[in-house]
Design a protein around this ligand. Structure first.
Ligand code: NAD
Length: 458
C-alpha cells in the first residue's frame, strides 16, 4: 500500500468516526460480538497459523492467545455499560450550583502496531479496548509471524466494515508510512529501539502513545524450601513459546548455596515437561526465524552451558538451555534474551540484588520466589518494574483486573480489561453550572474580596 492509498484509508476512517457510528454502546457491543464470533469460527485457522509460525502446541495457542482474547471480549461486552457511564465527582462548596463529572470520549483514529511473539493477542487484545472506547482502528500486525498476520487480516476483514477497523499488513516500510500520518492515538508493542522511533514520529503531531516494550526480567530465588515447585514454575514461564515472551524470566538470580539444587530441579523439570529430547516434544516451540536463531546461538557462547545447548538451524530448534558462569559484562546479560536460554547468576545477600536492580533498566516484570514476607515487602517497595509476581511467573498478566504495562525502558502506559478502555478514551472533565445564583465574589472589581476568598479556601 502506498502513501496515497494509506491517506485514503485514513480519510474514510475519519469520515466514519465523524459520522458518530462508533459512539452508541450498542454498536460497540455488536462490533465486539462480531469479532468474538469470527475468532471462534476461525479458531482452527488461528491455531494452524501459530503452528506454522512457531510450531505452537494447540494448548498454548488457546491459553496464550485465543482464550485470552475471548476473555477480554467477554469482559468488555459485560462491563462496557458501566465503563462508559459518566463518573460523578464531588464539587467543593465554593463552586456551589455546579455539578462535576468525568466522561470518556474516544480519541478517534487509532493505530495499533503489534509484535510477532503473540501475534493475535498483541493485535487483538488492544483492539478490544479501542473498540469498546468507540474508536476507528488501523491494525498493523508484525510481518515476522507472517502466517498469523494473514489470519489477523482475514478475521478483521470478515468482522468489520473496513472504514471502522482495518488491517494494513507489512513491515518496516509500511510501518514508517503509517507513522508519518496523523493518528489520534498510537498503541505500540515491540522493542525499545523501535518504541523510540514511534514516539519520535508521534511527537510531530503530539499524538499520545502507549508503548508496550520489553527488557530483561529477573527471577530471584531466595528460599531453600519448595525448590522443585519453584523450578516447575520458572521452567513453565521461561520455555513457553520457546522463551519468546516479553515477560519471560530473562535470567535467574539465586542465593549462592541454592544454586546446585535449583539447577538439578530445573533440569528434572525440563525433562518432565518436554522429555529427554525436547526436539521430539509436541509441546515445545521453534524460534520464529533464522535471524533470531542466529542471534540466540551467538548469545549461547556466553558462560558455560550446563544443560541443553542443542541447536538445529534447519528446523529453527534451540533446546531449553541453562547457562552458568556468566558475568554482567557478557552479551547475554546486556540484551533481552527472548529465547530458550536461561542464565543463572548467584548472590550472597538480597541487598546485592536490590542494588543491582536499581542500576539496571526497569524491567517489564520481576519474579521473586520467597515466603519471607519482609523480603517480599522490600522488593515491592524498593524496586521498580512494570509488574511483580511473587512465587509464580507470568500469571500476574493473566488477571484482567490488574494493569499490564512497563515503566521506564519497558514501556509507557497500561492495558487489559478496564485499563484498555481507559487507555483508548480521553477522560474529559465536565462541569455544569446553573445560571442562578451568580455571586459576584470572583469578578472584578476585587476590592475587599481577597479577604473573603482566603476565608473560604482556608
Ligand atoms: P519490533 O520493535 O521489532 O517490532 C514491533 C513492530 O514495529 C512490528 O509491527 C514491526 O513491523 C514494527 N517495526 C519494526 N521496525 C520498525 C521501524 N524501524 N520503524 C517502524 N516500525 C518498525 O519488536 P518485535 O521484534 O516484533 O518484538 C520483540 C520485542 O517486543 C521484545 O523486546 C519484546 O519484549 C517486546 N514485546 C513486548 C510486549 C509487551 O506487551 N510489553 C509483548 C510482546 C513483545
Amino acid at each position: 500500500m502506498n502513501t496515497v492509498e494509506i491517506k485514503k484509508v485514513l480519510k474514510e476512517q475519519k469520515e466514519y468516526f465523524d459520522s458518530g457510528k462508533t459512539l452508541p454502546v450498542e454498536e460497540r457491543i455488536i462490533a465486539l460480538e462480531s469479532l468474538k464470533n469470527c475468532i471462534i469460527k476461525n479458531e482452527a485457522l488461528v491455531s494452524d497459523a501459530l503452528f506454522k509460525d512457531f510450531r505452537r502446541p494447540g494448548f498454548e495457542a488457546y491459553a496464550t492467545e485465543i482464550g485470552s482474547i475471548l476473555e477480554e471480549i467477554n469482559k468488555a461486552i459485560k462491563e462496557i455499560k458501566s465503563w462508559v457511564a459518566p463518573v460523578k465527582i464531588s464539587t467543593p462548596p465554593v463552586l456551589f450550583s455546579s455539578k462535576s463529572e468525568i466522561i470518556h470520549n474516544p480519541y478517534g483514529l487509532v493505530l495499533i502496531m503489534g509484535a510477532w511473539n503473540y501475534p493475535f493477542a498483541l493485535s487483538l487484545v488492544p483492539l478490544v479496548g479501542a473498540i469498546a472506547a468507540g474508536n476507528c482502528v488501523i491494525v498493523k500486525p508484525s510481518e515476522v509471524s507472517s502466517n498469523s498476520s494473514k489470519v489477523i487480516a482475514r478475521i478483521i476483514k470478515e468482522s468489520f466494515d473496513q472504514k471502522h477497523i482495518r488491517v494494513i499488513e507489512g513491515g518496516v516500510e509500511i510501518a514508517t508510512k503509517l507513522l508519518s500520518q496523523r493518528f489520534d492515538y498510537i498503541f505500540f508493542t515491540g522493542g525499545t529501539t523501535v518504541g523510540k522511533i514511534v514516539v519520535k514520529a508521534a511527537a510531530k503531531n503530539l499524538t499520545p502513545c502507549t508503548l508496550e516494550l520489553g527488557g530483561k526480567s529477573p527471577c530471584v530465588v531466595n528460599d531453600a524450601s519448595n525448590l522443585a515447585l519453584v523450578a516447575k514454575r520458572i521452567v513453565w514461564g521461561k520455555f513457553i513459546n520457546a522463551g519468546q515472551t516479553c515477560i519471560a524470566p530473562d535470567y535467574i538470580l539465586v542465593k549462592k548455596d541454592l544454586k546446585e539444587d535449583l539447577i538439578t530441579n530445573l533440569q528434572n523439570t525440563i525433562t518432565t515437561f518436554y522429555g529427554a529430547n525436547p526436539e521430539e516434544s509436541y509441546d515445545y516451540c521453534r524460534i520464529v526465524n533464522k535471524n533470531h536463531f542466529d542471534r540466540l546461538t551467538l548469545l549461547m557462547k556466553s558462560g558455560k552451558v550446563v544443560f541443553g545447548g542443542k541447536t538445529d538451524k534447519k528446523h529453527l530448534y534451540i533446546s531449553p538451555t541453562l547457562i552458568t558462569e556468566v558475568t554482567w559484562k557478557d552479551k547475554i546479560m546486556k540484551e533481552e534474551i527472548f529465547g530458550p536460554i536461561l542464565p543463572i547468576i548467584t548472590y550472597d545477600n538480597i541487598d546485592q540484588v536490590i542494588t543491582k536492580m536499581k542500576k539496571q533498566e526497569k524491567p517489564l516484570a520481576v519474579y521473586l520466589f520467597t515466603e519471607d514476607s519482609y523480603l517480599q515487602t522490600r522488593i515491592k517497595n524498593e524496586t521498580s518494574s512494570g509488574g511483580l509476581c511473587i512465587n509464580a511467573t507470568i500469571l500476574h498478566t493473566t488477571n484482567m483486573e490488574l494493569p499490564f504495562g512497563g515503566v521506564g525502558n519497558s514501556g509507557i502506559g497500561k492495558y487489559h480489561g478496564y485499563f484498555s478502555f481507559q487507555t483508548f478514551s480521553h477522560q474529559k472533565a465536565v462541569m455544569s453550572k446553573s445560571f442562578w445564583p451568580d455571586l459576584d465574589i470572583s469578578y472584578p472589581p476585587y476590592k475587599e474580596k481577597l479577604f473573603l476568598l482566603k476565608k473560604i479556601w482556608g
